[in-house]
Design a protein around this ligand. Structure first.
Ligand SMILES: [Zn+2]
Length: 79
């Protein structure tokens, strides 16, 4: 599961859970994303990177860096 924050054209903030990025993209293209407050479909994704749900095997770097360039010291840097 991934979590995205959104805001609508009236600046209502809300968030949604998706099974995957593909699931999000499908719903976004199908127009299934709507603001729960005003029902607007003019929604914008508020964050670029998904937050991975707790309990899911998260591909977090072993070094603990959540963002930014790879430190080079962890195995994830090599792909
Ligand atoms: Zn709204």
């Amino acid at each position: 599961m991934i979590h995205y924050g959104f805001y609508c054209d009236r600046e209502h903030e809300f968030d949604e859970w998706f099974d995957s990025i593909a699931d999000y993209e499908r719903k976004a293209e199908a127009g299934e994303l709507a603001c729960p407050e005003c029902g607007s479909h003019e929604v914008t994704k508020a964050i670029a990177a998904p937050n991975v749900a707790r309990g899911t095997p998260a591909p977090a770097p072993a070094c603990g860096m959540a963002a930014g360039p790879a430190c080079g010291g962890c195995t994830f840097a090599e792909g």
